[in-house]
Design a protein around this ligand. Structure first.
Ligand code: SF4
Length: 454
């Protein structure tokens, strides 16, 4: 998962992009980068680390220009390294420069890379964003296509998920794959500047006059003439009549204050909690979320059941999100540092602990142990999603199937492994009933039905 940001025609483009990327830090914490265009050249800065460290005031002074695009990354394709971080930049000998930032993953990456390499295109990374950029640049520079034509062609042959922003010295292109896997929103600031980001929360901070989601397969060109939208027919570009938004964006990834796929994230999370409550007759004293992504799920459950909702676990926000650390060793050490139970809180209490999902189960095992050690008489675990049995190939770093606990154990065995008194998951039907357009979502990590394959 990654976060992207773009701004066109603002003298403080780098500063505003930094604010936007900071608001999207939850989407990736391994590296970040920004490309800023002053009309003559494109300056690029990308480093391992957090936005607040990479884009300090003194560094921003070197990134003057009116167009900026940026990225926060956690690795899916390509290892965690600076050369795999984004934006990617191509500077041609003939003059034009192109830079691109993208959120997603390409399923036919290997095959397309080989084709491009056989035509003399070289790669400096193993990241899918570079493939998208090089594909487009090849079509423009070698096949004399316009950038719009090149993006349209790319949409036909590059399969997978991509919410992307491409910038040249005087234009910005905002586009999204035909399935609309990852969120992408754009809008306008008070002076008419166009802004775009993965999530609406990253634009809210800039007080936009209005915001709108980029449609699947839409390409928006922003230049001195204004903004022009080209709508491909997505049905010509995909196997299904519907788009396939990632349901996990609602369950876990996106910020609750974002509006994605036509819905408020916090409202969907509350629906998930209500749905869990419908078929659950547990007696308990308190409902406690695993913060932060489960807060609204637990709130929805607690309200539906009339059981007190309490923030019994305190999260240290400086540790980061456990799920998006690339190494298991780092993840294991983070758990105990990350959560601490309130003192004298759990003693002799029957607890309903709510989490959004179980991937490996190691974090929850430790948390249940922690809560029991703090005196809870019972810990019942409710999960706001179905068992994760399949890996994601569309931009989420789920582990390989063999590492997924639900792929190796049944629910009774998972309960036993985690040490909870009971365990209940949401079913796929229950989950799909929590969104307005259930047929427009991808559920592949639960049911293995992948919408796009090589
Ligand atoms: S496989 Fe799962 S995580 Fe990946 S896009 Fe589909 S729903 Fe989202």
């Amino acid at each position: 998962m990654c976060g992207i940001f773009g701004i066109y025609n603002n003298a403080k483009a780098a500063e505003l992009a930094t604010l936007g990327l900071f608001a999207e830090q939850h989407r990736g914490q391994e590296s970040c980068g920004m490309a800023v265009n002053d009309g003559i050249s494109i300056k690029l800065r990308k480093k391992m680390g957090l936005v607040k460290d990479v884009f300090r005031i003194n560094k921003l002074a070197q990134l003057q220009g009116n167009i900026a695009i940026g990225h926060v990354r956690y690795p899916t394709r390509g290892d965690s390294s600076e050369y795999n971080s984004q934006p990617h930049l191509v500077e041609t000998l003939s003059g034009p420069s192109y830079t691109l930032t993208s959120n997603g993953d390409i399923v036919n990456y290997e095959e397309l890379r080989k084709v491009l390499e056989s035509k003399g295109v070289y790669f400096v990374s193993t990241n899918d964003g570079e493939l998208i950029l090089k594909y487009i640049v090849y079509q423009v520079e070698k096949k004399n296509k316009t950038i719009l034509e090149a993006i349209k062609k790319m949409m036909k042959y590059v399969k997978g998920s991509y919410s992307s922003i491409l910038a040249t010295k005087n234009e910005m292109y905002i586009f999204r794959d035909p399935y609309g896997f990852r969120p992408l929103v754009f809008g306008e600031l008070e002076q008419g500047e166009t802004v775009a980001a993965s999530e609406s929360c990253a634009l809210d901070i800039l007080n936009p006059a209005w915001l709108k989601e980029v449609e699947p397969a839409e390409i928006i060109i922003v230049n001195e003439k204004g903004r022009t939208s080209y709508r491909n027919d997505p049905n010509q570009l995909r196997n299904s009549a519907n788009c396939r938004h990632c349901i996990f964006e609602h369950i876990y990834f996106s910020r609750p204050d974002s509006f994605i796929f036509g819905e408020n994230v916090y409202a969907v999370r509350q629906n998930i909690g209500k749905k869990l409550a419908e078929s659950c007759n547990l007696e308990a004293d308190l409902v406690v979320p695993v913060p932060d992504s489960s807060n609204f799920i637990a709130l929805g459950y607690a309200r539906a059941k009339g059981i007190p909702y309490e923030m019994g676990l305190i999260r240290n926000h400086y540790v980061g999100r456990t799920f998006i650390k690339p190494e298991q060793t780092i993840r294991d050490e983070s758990v105990r540092q990350k959560f601490n139970p309130l003192p004298n809180f759990f003693l002799n209490k029957r607890i309903i602990l709510i989490d959004d999902s179980i991937v490996r189960g190691t974090t929850l095992k430790k948390l249940v142990k922690l809560i029991k050690k703090a005196g809870a008489s019972e810990v019942h675990l409710l999960i706001g999603s179905p068992p994760v049995k399949h890996s994601c190939y569309y931009g989420i770093d789920t582990p390989t199937r063999t590492e997924l606990i639900a792929n190796n154990k049944n629910i009774a065995e998972i309960r036993q492994f985690i040490g909870a008194d009971s365990l209940r998951y949401l079913t796929i039907d229950e989950l799909s009933s929590t969104v307005k357009e259930p047929d427009e979502y991808c559920y592949a990590c639960f049911n293995g039905k992948y919408p796009v394959t090589r």
